[in-house]
Write a protein that binds this ligand. Structure first.
Ligand code: MLT
Length: 275
């Protein structure tokens, strides 16, 4: 499993969204790593530099049937992250997941509650997909297997970033585009199928006892403010931060605001940083 491990101190586990990789967390890794925390950011299975443990589509290179695409479940990804922490001899973490990373964070806290001292849920939601949403995912899987990642980048960029960002920050747009386009299409397809198969995390909300920070971009059409408010109502020990002029990728769009929010938060999780 490819990962970045930077800094010393209480550990923060960063779980990226789809179809991205740990590159999306560069600024958070740098900021927390330099301020008394240990930032650990894996590439989740099949994405970035982490190959899926199953031979994704190997027997079906010319067969784009969905059934031939393995499934990377959110629980698989959470177990991979736990195995990485074992390897690094890290017992306890603050888990920070964005979007798909948020689903993985839900699974992580469900499977390994004793290992979690705090939770950051950014641009994500608790309910599972409805049938229409699942069908849209399957359509996207077929498209990416047939045409590659470029059409996926073209279609999703206007939703991932706020209009102001798209107009004024071409370097951020380019970074996100590159990240999507360098994703392995079969690994991304397996993750997309895994998201379609994910369970409903609504039942987990009241069971989450650790301090939780919920972050959402004011202009996020993918996981809008209402989704964040729903999680905030369900998780008793939670705080809600709405980031203005931001869409789905709040951490890349409003780096300073996002970093301030998580830095303040991690200091309240029983994690003691260097003065
Ligand atoms: C993500 O950014 O990880 C995805 O938009 C999540 C999703 O499709 O549900």
């Amino acid at each position: 499993m490819a990962y970045t491990d930077a800094g010393e101190g209480p550990a923060v586990l960063f779980l990226h969204g789809y179809p991205f990789d740990r590159g999306m967390w560069s600024e958070q890794i740098e900021a927390l790593g330099a301020s008394g925390f240990r930032a650990i950011a894996p590439d989740l299975r099949g994405l970035g530099e982490t190959v899926a443990p199953t031979s994704v589509g190997e027997s079906s290179a010319s067969n784009h049937k969905l059934e031939s695409v393995p499934l990377s479940t959110m629980a698989d990804m959470a177990r991979d992250a736990a195995a990485l922490l074992d390897e690094l001899h890290v017992e306890n973490v603050i888990v920070c997941g964005l979007s798909m990373g948020g689903y993985v964070a839900f699974e992580f806290v469900h499977l390994f509650p004793a290992r979690v001292s705090g939770l950051v849920l950014a641009g994500t939601r608790a309910p599972a997909d409805n049938e229409q949403e699942k069908a849209a995912r399957f359509e996207q899987v077929e498209r990416m297997l047939a045409e590659g990642m470029k059409p996926i980048a073209d279609a999703s960029l206007p939703k991932l970033l706020a209009p102001k960002m798209i107009a004024e920050r071409p370097e951020v747009v380019e970074r996100v585009r590159e990240m999507i386009e360098r994703s392995d299409q079969r690994g991304a397809a397996a993750a997309q199928r895994g998201m379609a198969a994910r369970r409903d995390y609504t039942v987990d909300l009241t069971r989450i006892g650790v301090p939780t920070l919920i972050i959402v971009g004011r202009e996020d059409p993918i996981r809008p403010v209402a989704d964040a408010e729903f999680m905030h109502r369900g998780i008793r020990n939670s705080r809600l931060e709405i980031i203005e002029d931001a869409s789905h990728l709040t951490n890349m769009e409003r780096v300073e605001v996002f970093n301030r929010a998580i830095s303040d938060f991690v200091r309240t999780c029983g994690a003691v940083a260097r003065p």
